[in-house]
Ligand binder design. Structure first.
Ligand SMILES: *Cc1c(COP(=O)(O)O)cnc(C)c1O
Length: 371
């Protein structure tokens, strides 16, 4: 699905030198590399504060702790996302409220958000799924109307530009009260281990979060709040510093590959290709995900596997049907889109090193099965 070796070959010298320097400096934790990366990411995202942490799941949890959400508070998020999003809500004893997504961009359905709001609702967590921006203007309007926090799960969307209805653009993750991301190796900006970060323009929230990531300490050995230990290490920061200047190039390479995939599938009525808008860079194609109509998706998976073509089903089971997250409040009729997508979606290999020959081999194999 990804080609991390091919990508590494092109930045090898810088990564190797950086990692050796970290080892020689012995500044393994919270060293100058982490600080430099933080500043560089703040500049790239045009956001006031980046707080690095250990992974994208921690980032979500810490964001929710930072906002002071309390047990029983309801948090609305998408039924169709990676489990980490809902896991941290449940872990903090908040109440997850899963809602359906849009069929056209796989992102949280704003009408469904409105329907799910109760007096206990405190926050909305949109996920920029597969690298496509959620409908942020509408989500922010709902949040304002009902006095809710917005936490953007940007683990799959780093580098996306959301175009507001007035034509201006913002980087995803910087629009809500707080945004989070993951630097897991296969993400669009991935390190060589685990890593994550939290973004915000709110000075007070940034201060609170900087303490939470460090055992609730604002002054050495004074623990004002219950915190966690969640750090990005210096070696990962070095890798991320080598990659960040290439992030736009990486995302463009993904968009190019997506364009070629989509062109190849143009003639098929059974294949629905991802929505891409004109003159807009709102999709960074963390995944290239097709919806297969009137054909057996599971057989297609087997067909591709028989040709040694990797593919993925993200995600095969709606979160509201997962044992850990079922609830009596849910009604199957409210999850029509997710219930369908889990049967029909398939993600093809997507990374920065795909060449025309590989794309042709993959698209030919898909078209051989779904005419
Ligand atoms: C990867 C991912 C996460 C979790 O990130 P980790 O670094 O693996 O903890 C959270 N949300 C979404 C949508 C993700 O894709």
């Amino acid at each position: 699905m990804v080609d991390l070796q091919g990508q590494y070959e092109k930045i090898k010298d810088q990564v190797n030198t950086g990692v050796m320097n970290v080892i020689e400096s012995a500044a393994f934790v919270n060293g100058p590399e982490v600080h430099a990366f933080q500043k560089e990411l703040e500049d790239y995202l045009d956001v006031k504060h980046v707080i690095p942490c250990a992974n994208g799941t921690d980032a979500l949890q810490i964001a929710m702790m930072g906002l002071g959400l309390e047990p029983g508070d309801e948090v609305i998020t998408a039924d169709f996302t990676f489990a980490a999003t809902v896991e941290v809500i449940a872990l903090l004893r908040l109440t997850p409220v899963l809602v359906d997504v849009n069929p056209y961009n796989f992102n949280i359905d704003t009408d469904a958000i409105r329907k799910a709001i109760t007096p206990k609702t405190k926050a909305i967590v949109p996920v920029h799924l597969f690298g496509q921006t959620a409908n942020m203007d509408e989500i922010m309007a709902i949040a304002k109307e009902h006095d809710l926090y917005v936490i953007e799960d940007n683990a799959q969307g780093i580098g996306s530009n959301y175009m507001h209805s007035n034509g201006s653009k913002s980087k995803t993750g910087t629009i809500g009260n707080v945004g989070t991301t993951s630097f897991f190796p296969s993400k669009n900006l991935g390190c060589y281990g685990d890593g994550g970060a939290i973004f915000t323009n709110d000075d007070d929230l940034a201060h609170t979060i900087r303490g939470i990531v460090n055992h609730g300490m604002y002054e050495r050995y004074h623990h004002d709040v219950v915190g966690v230990n969640s750090r990005l290490d210096s070696m990962q920061a070095t890798v991320l510093r080598a990659k960040l200047p290439h992030l736009d190039g990486y995302n463009n390479a993904r968009r190019d590959a997506a364009r070629k995939y989509t062109a190849a599938f143009a003639g098929s009525e059974k294949i629905i290709t991802p929505l891409v808008c004109d003159n807009c860079d709102c999709h960074v194609f963390h995944q290239y995900t097709l919806v297969i109509k009137d054909a057996n998706r599971d057989e297609l998976v087997k067909h591709l596997q028989s040709k040694n073509i990797p593919c993925g089903v993200y995600y095969p089971i709606p979160l509201h049907l997962q044992k850990a997250y079922t609830s009596e409040r849910y009604n199957e009729d409210d999850f029509k889109v997710t219930n369908q997508l889990v049967k029909e979606c398939i993600s093809l290999p997507m990374h920065t090193e795909l060449d025309d020959e590989q794309i042709k081999f993959i698209t030919d194999a898909v078209l051989e099965f779904v005419k």
